[in-house]
Ligand binder design. Structure first.
Ligand code: ADP
Ligand code: MG
Length: 438
């Protein structure tokens, strides 16, 4: 079943139905039980997004699914709803300890909290009690162990903490029937290879596996295919033929003028909620500090902060209490900030994939967003590569008062590759270490 409409009807709150190949499309026609449909209606959700329309029936049929769909297009509910239905349909055998039947892996702690919340909110509205536990690192393990006493039906986890809990006998994976890798390409890349390998070895071979992401770089395709059995492959963008409503802009600027330009744009446009991406944790602190001293309510968000501080910043940013959050790629994946209007690439991302995810923090759920990239002379060649990979041709703008004066560096052969196309130094070291170990 494929939506025939050229626009996403679910984007408009006024529209409660859409037409796919003739019949009226709503959550019930996808095969979801009345209890779930009611829970969705309570949350104000009536019309499935295209990825939900495609993935829900396939997952309900117990197929493995490999789904690619744009950022902010509702992938979480696309797997959460049918998986909850599977659990409702097969009541657990024992009241003594709940075996973990569904495992959702995600790459970051904040995403674990977000996905866990979606599942828990839905589960809470269902007639049959289903227990959702969320586990992630950076916080004390003891409360998570306590919460897992008596087991859980669904566990949402970052891989490292999941393995810690397994090592401490707080949970086991032998009964898992459904596995989801959300942001699957990120979980399949080298950074998670060891942990993922260990988790997979503990799972039953007979299970349903679901992979979801907005991107699958060619490097991870083979790994993804290996995990799946006769998967239903769903690629929403290919047939929808359009992307989230994000106005992308590129602004030429000297490296040293970027903070002043950012300040100027924020005040000039009256931006009240801006997510700014930089390359390093140090830059997060530095840029946020400078903005703050200039009277802009800005704060950093990065992996060296305590988990408590991270969660507080995100909560406050979502609530509109910070005007600007300056972050690394830590915040580039999955995080859903409703109607976030502006994303700025102060430093360019390392790869086109990261670019897609970064700008995808805006323009979610049918909302409009703006994504600006600062392009310095030194980064111009890299920007061209990102554009090429993204099939973008943006005019390089100049902002009056901030016209660039720096000349691009001379091209150096063998240098200036884009992440994903050439192995990074870290990738080469890892590959060498893997060879040594084998
Ligand atoms: P993705 O994982 O594809 O990036 P999310 O699952 O985080 O996107 O969803 C993005 C936003 O869209 C969320 O705020 C979610 O509540 C909203 N959303 C999801 N499904 C629907 C729907 N059917 N109708 C309206 N909004 C939806
Ligand atoms: Mg997501």
């Amino acid at each position: 079943m494929r939506p025939t409409s050229a626009a996403w009807p679910w984007c408009s709150p006024a529209c409660a139905i859409s037409v796919i190949d003739g019949p009226v499309l709503n959550f019930a026609t996808l095969g979801l039980t009345p209890a779930l449909v009611r829970a969705l209606a309570d949350m104000g959700l009536h019309v499935p997004t295209p990825i939900q329309a495609e993935a829900i029936p396939a997952i309900l049929k117990s197929a493995d699914v490999w789904a690619t769909a744009p950022t902010g297009s509702g992938k979480t509910l696309a797997f959460a709803l049918p998986l909850l239905q599977h659990l409702l349909a097969s009541p657990r055998q024992t009241n003594f300890r709940r075996p973990v039947r569904t495992l959702v892996l995600v790459p970051t702690r904040e995403l674990a909290v977000q996905v866990g919340d979606v599942l828990a909110r839905l589960a809470y509205k269902l007639p049959q009690s289903l227990k959702v536990n969320t586990v992630f690192g950076g916080v004390s393990v003891n409360p998570q162990m306590m919460a897992l006493r008596g087991g859980a039906d669904i566990v949402v986890a970052t891989p490292g903490r999941l393995l810690d809990l397994i090592d401490q006998n707080a949970l086991r994976l032998a009964d898992v029937q459904h596995l989801v890798l959300d942001e699957a390409d990120r979980l399949l890349d080298l950074g998670f290879a060891d942990e993922l390998h260990r988790v997979l070895a503990l799972l039953p071979a007979q299970r349903q596996t679901l992979l979801f992401s907005a991107t699958f770089a060619p490097e991870v395709e083979a790994l993804a295919a290996n995990l799946l059995r006769d998967p239903v492959r769903i690629t929403v963008e290919a047939f929808e033929g359009h992307k989230p409503d994000i106005t992308q802009r590129a602004i030429a600027v000297d490296e040293k003028s970027r903070t002043a330009l950012l300040r100027h744009l924020i005040t000039e446009n009256g931006w009240k909620q801006v997510l700014v991406f930089v390359a390093t944790r140090y830059a997060c602190e530095h840029v946020a500090n400078k903005l703050y001293k200039a009277g802009i309510f800005a704060t950093p968000f990065h992996g060296e902060m305590s988990q408590g501080a991270r969660q507080e910043v995100l909560r406050e940013f979502k609530a509109g209490r910070w005007d600007v959050v300056v972050t690394t790629d830590l915040a580039s994946r999955g995080i859903d900030i409703a109607r976030l209007p502006v994303v700025v690439n102060y430093d360019l991302p390392r790869s086109a994939t990261d670019y897609t995810h970064r700008i995808g923090r805006t323009g979610r759920a049918g909302a409009h967003g703006d994504a600006l990239s600062f392009v310095t002379a030194a980064a111009l060649a890299h920007w061209r590569l990102i554009q090429k990979r993204e099939s973008l041709e943006l005019a390089l703008e100049q902002i009056p008062g901030f016209e660039p004066t720096e000349a691009p560096p001379p091209p150096s052969p063998g240098h200036g590759g884009i992440k994903g196309q050439r192995p990074s130094k870290k990738d080469k070291l890892r590959a060498a270490a893997a060879q040594d170990g084998s």
